[in-house]
Design a protein around this ligand. Structure first.
Ligand code: FAD
Length: 317
C-alpha cells in the first residue's frame, strides 16, 4: 500500500522509522532481528536508505595511486524485499540522483516494481567526501525535482528510450525531503522552499523532514510551506540523542541547531547512559508535542538500533 494511503486512512498518528543497510559483509538477519521489537508499534512502512559509492585510493606496488569507487552499504533493494516478506510492512527505499545515471534509476525502479515496492523517497544525495561538492553523473539528475519527474514519468508509462516503451506503468508513491532549518547549500530559506515546491509540483505526494530537536523549527517550517502553497503531508523526522559525541557531530553533519535547554541537560551528563536517558526524554516530549500539533506520522531515525526508539515509542504510541 502507498504511504499516502496509509496517511489518509489512519485514525491516529502513525509510527514509522528509517534503517540503514548493514555494512558490506554484515548479516541481514541480525539487522532484521535487531529491528523486530519496533514491530510492537505497527509501523505501516519502513524506510531503507540508499548509499552512493565512496572513493578510496588503492596503492599499487609501483607507487601509483588508483582511485576506486566502492559501495559500503549495498543491498537496499534486497532489504526491501526481506522487510515486506518478513514483517508484512511496506518498504520505502530511498532513491538517489548522485551516483546514478537515468538508466540506472530506470533499472532500479523496475526491480523495485517487480518485487512489489509501491513507494520511494526521492533524494539528491550528498557529495562523496573526496568531491567536496555534489557533482551529478554525466547522464544523471542534478536535482531531486528532475528525479521525481522521471519516477512520475514511469508511472505514466514513459521510459528513457522509445524502443523500450511497452505501455507498462509503474505506480510509485513518491516522497521527498524537507529541511525545517534550511538545506545547507540553499542561499536562503525562500530559495529552498521554492525548490521544495518544485519537487511537489513534479509529483511528490508527501514530505519527510530532516531531524530537528526544536519543535518550533518544525512548526515554523509547516507555516512557511503552507504559505508557499504546498499542501502535502509533512512527516517530522526525529532522532533521540544517544551519545555525547552526537551533541557536536549532528549539528555539523546535518546543519541544525541544538536548543539551549537540551544542551544544558546534556552538559550535566557524566556517562553515555545519562546522555541516552536525556535523549529519550527529550524525544518523548518532542513526539508528544508534535502529536498534539496534529502530525500525520512520526518518523524515527534509528540507525538500525531499535532499543532507544523502542523506549521513546512505548511512551508515545
Ligand atoms: P534537492 O531537493 O535536490 O536540493 C538540494 C539543494 O539544491 C538544496 O539546497 C535546494 O535548495 C537546491 N535545489 C533544488 N532544486 C534546485 C533547482 N532546480 N535549481 C537550483 N537549486 C536547486 N542521502 C543519501 O545519500 N541517502 C539516503 O538514503 C538519504 N536519505 C535521506 C532522508 C531524509 C528524510 C533526508 C532529509 C535526507 C536524506 N539524505 C540521504 C540526505 C540528502 O541526500 C541530502 O540532504 C542532499 O544534500 C539533498 O537532498 P534533496 O533531495 O533534499 O536535494
Amino acid at each position: 500500500m502507498k504511504v499516502i494511503d496509509h496517511i489518509n486512512q489512519a485514525k491516529k498518528p502513525l509510527f514509522s522509522f528509517e534503517i540503514l543497510p548493514p555494512l558490506k559483509g554484515e548479516s541481514l538477519n541480525d539487522m532484521l532481528e535487531g529491528i523486530s521489537p519496533l514491530m510492537d508499534f505497527n509501523p505501516p512502512f519502513i524506510d531503507v536508505t540508499y548509499h552512493r559509492e565512496e572513493y578510496i585510493y588503492k596503492k599499487h606496488s609501483t607507487g601509483l595511486l588508483e582511485k576506486v569507487s566502492t559501495r559500503k552499504r549495498p543491498g537496499t533493494v534486497g532489504i526491501c524485499a526481506a522487510l515486506m516478506n518478513r514483517f508484512k510492512v511496506d518498504a520505502v527505499p530511498h532513491i538517489l540522483c548522485g551516483g546514478f545515471t537515468k538508466e540506472d534509476t530506470e533499472n532500479v525502479l523496475i526491480d523495485l516494481n517487480f518485487i512489489g515496492v509501491e513507494n520511494v523517497l526521492a533524494l539528491r544525495g550528498d557529495a562523496p567526501k573526496s568531491d567536496g561538492r555534489f557533482i551529478p553523473d554525466e547522464n544523471g539528475h542534478n536535482y531531486t525535482n528532475e528525479l521525481v519527474s522521471q519516477i512520475v514519468g514511469m508511472n505514466n508509462g514513459k521510459y528513457l528510450h522509445e524502443e523500450t516503451e511497452t505501455g507498462f506503468q509503474t505506480d510509485f508513491c513518491v516522497g521527498v525531503a524537507g529541511y525545517p532549518e534550511k538545506h545547507f547549500e540553499a542561499p536562503s530559506f525562500k530559495f529552498d522552499l521554492k525548490n521544495l515546491k518544485a519537487k511537489v509540483d513534479a509529483g511528490a505526494e508527501y514530505i519527510v523532514t530532516q531531524m530537528f530537536f526544536d519543535n518550533q523549527k518544525y512548526f515554523e517550517f509547516v507555516k512557511n510551506v503552507r504559505a508557499a502553497g504546498i499542501t502535502v503531508p509533512i512527516i517530522p523526522g526525529l532522532k533521540p540523542i544517544t551519545t555525547l559525541k552526537q551533541m557536536t557531530v549532528l549539528p555539523s553533519i546535518f546543519f541544525l541547531d541544538m536548543p539551549d535547554a537540551l544542551m544544558d541537560e546534556l552538559e550535566k551528563c557524566k556517562t553515555n547512559a545519562d546522555v541516552r536517558q536525556v535523549g529519550i526524554e527529550w524525544s518523548i516530549q518532542q513526539s508528544k508535542e508534535l502529536i498534539e500539533f496534529g502530525v500525520p506520522c512520526l518518523h524515527y531515525y534509528t540507525m538500525s538500533k531499535a532499543s532507544t526508539v523502542h523506549k521513546v515509542a512505548s511512551q508515545v504510541f
